[in-house]
Design a protein around this ligand. Structure first.
Ligand SMILES: [Zn+2]
Length: 285
């Protein structure tokens, strides 16, 4: 089935592999937390148009639907539909969650073969369950790193803050907590690479078509300014790993000419990496 209207962007990578960007609504995060160690004087000018009175930035929930001759992969599921009213207000959750967003784009959730998650934080794994608590993608297997499940369900209070453990346990109890360990081919042409950094078991997804490749670096690359390997968020649980792994991945993105889709950018989510002195720059398409 062809990718059609209702998607934010789509591209043909050649050889029957297409990628569509589906945005599953938005939420807001504190700007200072997003910029982590970066002093305010350096980031303030980048966000003048979007920062609100509470100092929070708009974060899109970017998901990818990858179609290959071997099947369909959904990357990320957004926040989903199960947050209570208080949480919705606190995080300013707006827009269409993943299931209605996919429906609008003309995709049947029952045709997804693999749901790949960069990591299991609430804003990526929340859509694994439908509003009634049933599994949202009945035919799919889940691909998150084995280590990520261990971190997500562990008892370190710092790590727990970013995971909705009760929700993840429901997923687990449904017998649906699929895992990959290290580098793994999810379908021919679609590879998961364990990165760590942002979360203990974070992974990137690389798609290779006949003509071109595309990379989704998850929350290692949320917004255009994330292209600087040293600009890591305060949400990163293992920031030194983030800096190292970002530099390595972004070098590969330049060398292999990958398209890059950002995880939380609403305005310019697609582009490519350009080497810039000792760092990288994200150039929107
Ligand atoms: Zn995120």
């Amino acid at each position: 089935m062809a990718i059609r209207e209702g998607v934010a962007w789509s591209t043909d990578l050649g050889g029957g592999t297409r990628v569509a960007l589906v945005q599953a609504g938005t939420f807001r995060s504190d700007a200072g937390t997003l910029f982590g160690p970066v002093p305010r004087v350096m980031w303030q000018r980048l966000v003048v148009d979007e920062i609100n009175a509470q100092g929070a930035l708009l974060q899109a929930l970017n998901c990818l639907l990858i179609e290959t001759p071997a099947g369909r992969v959904l990357v990320e599921t957004g926040i989903g539909e199960r947050s209570d009213e208080r949480t919705r207000e606190r995080r300013d959750i707006q827009g269409s969650p993943i299931l209605p967003a996919l429906r609008t784009a003309g995709f049947d959730r029952g045709t997804v073969d693999v749901v790949a998650l960069s990591h299991l934080h609430f804003d990526h794994a929340g859509g694994l369950l439908a509003a009634d608590g049933s599994v949202a993608f009945p035919r799919a297997r889940i691909a998150a790193q084995k280590a990520e499940w261990e971190f997500a369900l562990g008892d370190n209070p710092r790590l727990q803050a970013s995971y909705e453990q009760e929700e993840l346990r429901l997923v687990e109890q449904a017998g649906w907590a699929g895992a990959v360990d290290g580098e793994a081919e999810l379908l021919p042409g679609v590879t998961a690479l364990r990165t760590g950094g942002h979360s203990g078991g974070h992974q990137a997804i690389v798609v290779r078509g006949r003509d071109r490749g595309l990379a989704f670096f998850g929350d290692l690359c949320m917004r255009p300014w994330s292209a600087n390997p040293r600009w890591v968020t305060a949400f990163d649980d293992f920031p030194l790993t983030s800096v190292e792994v970002k530099a390595t991945l972004f070098r590969r993105a330049v060398e292999e000419g990958w398209l890059v889709v950002l995880s939380h950018e609403s305005e310019t989510p697609v582009g490519r990496m350009v080497a810039d002195r000792d760092r990288y720059r994200f150039e929107p398409m």
